[in-house]
Write a protein that binds this ligand. Structure first.
Ligand SMILES: [Zn+2]
Length: 302
């Protein structure tokens, strides 16, 4: 709706010799979405959480900045299309906790853009290898509930006209998340083995929530194949603990996981940290994916 850069807006005002009043009534910007409140999200999991809060409200639009198959945004570089998507954003909803390493670039280009951090005030786990906070908070359902609250609050502040709808939607979604969380606690209470090996550092919050122990992580650096020494170290841990399940992720090649499985006799399963999905993401996909993960864990660990 409104351009986030004041400069071009001023030029347009000057050229058209009109008064630029409240930005939502502007309408001088072609194809700017009229009076819709335009929310842009940084990547897939934040998009899915946000459409549950805002998706069905007339006059509110939610657009995901990155492609739904982009995956985690570690080392992500902004494209011209990404920058374009932010041009008419009224609010940019990001995960925060260091996931969007490019955020300073956005702030520089659009100093007036309102930015909401979904991970705000969530206690972060510090990665023992990097010393940096682990940003994958949404993979724990308890944290996803907190993120929904943060998103709801930010939306209501930025767009008070739809405050009640945001609040109602968030409440309904949080109920569904709570039901799924309770179900998973119940099912995972009596699993035989709690040691797991995961693919990249996406699962510490999930493991913390359900009392699982991540014995090793295959790819320390996402997108980079483990070194021979790292692979060897993982294999030793698996053999020493008798780990039965190695969890690959749908977003990454399972080659390293299969090598490890062949060397140890552990089986490879797929655990989905919800970082990618279809272009027309379904609001129900968070709970559905968690249900799939639950079934996988039951099969692998019971
Ligand atoms: Zn990641």
């Amino acid at each position: 709706m409104k351009p986030a850069k004041a400069f071009p807006a001023l030029i347009i005002c000057a050229i058209l010799l009109i008064s630029c009043g409240a930005p939502r009534e502007s309408g001088t910007i072609p194809d700017a979405g009229g009076n819709d409140f335009h929310i842009v999200t940084s990547f897939y999991p934040i998009y899915v959480l946000t459409i549950n809060v805002a998706g069905d409200i007339p006059g509110v639009r939610v657009t995901n900045m990155t492609e739904p198959q982009s995956g985690c945004l570690h080392d992500y570089e902004l494209s011209p299309a990404d920058m374009k998507a932010l041009e008419y954003a009224d609010l940019f909803v990001i995960n925060g906790a260091g996931m969007e390493a490019f955020i300073d670039e956005v702030k520089k280009a659009y100093p007036d853009l309102a930015i909401a951090e979904a991970a705000k005030d969530i206690p972060l786990i510090i990665d023992e290898h990097t010393g940096e906070p682990n940003p994958h908070v949404w993979v724990s359902i308890s944290n996803a509930i907190r993120q929904v609250d943060n998103i709801k609050k930010a939306l209501a502040e930025a767009d008070p006209a739809h405050k009640e709808q945001y609040s109602r939607n968030a409440g309904e979604f949080k109920d569904k998340l709570q039901v799924q969380k309770d179900r998973m606690h119940e099912e995972l209470n009596d699993i035989r083995s709690r040691d797991i090996v995961t693919f990249h550092e996406a699962f510490p919050y999930f493991a913390q929530e359900f009392g699982l122990n991540i014995a090793a992580v295959i790819e320390r650096e996402p997108g980079t194949e483990p070194t021979a020494a790292e692979l060897e170290e993982t294999i030793e841990i698996i053999n020493a603990l008798g780990v039965k399940a190695v969890f690959a992720e749908p977003q990454y090649s399972a080659r390293a996981a299969e090598t490890i499985a062949a060397e140890t006799g552990a089986r490879v399963y797929i655990l989905d940290p919800l970082v990618t999905g279809p272009k027309d993401a379904d609001p129900g996909s968070y709970v559905e994916t968690m249900e799939k993960n639950l079934q996988t864990l039951i099969e692998a660990l019971k």
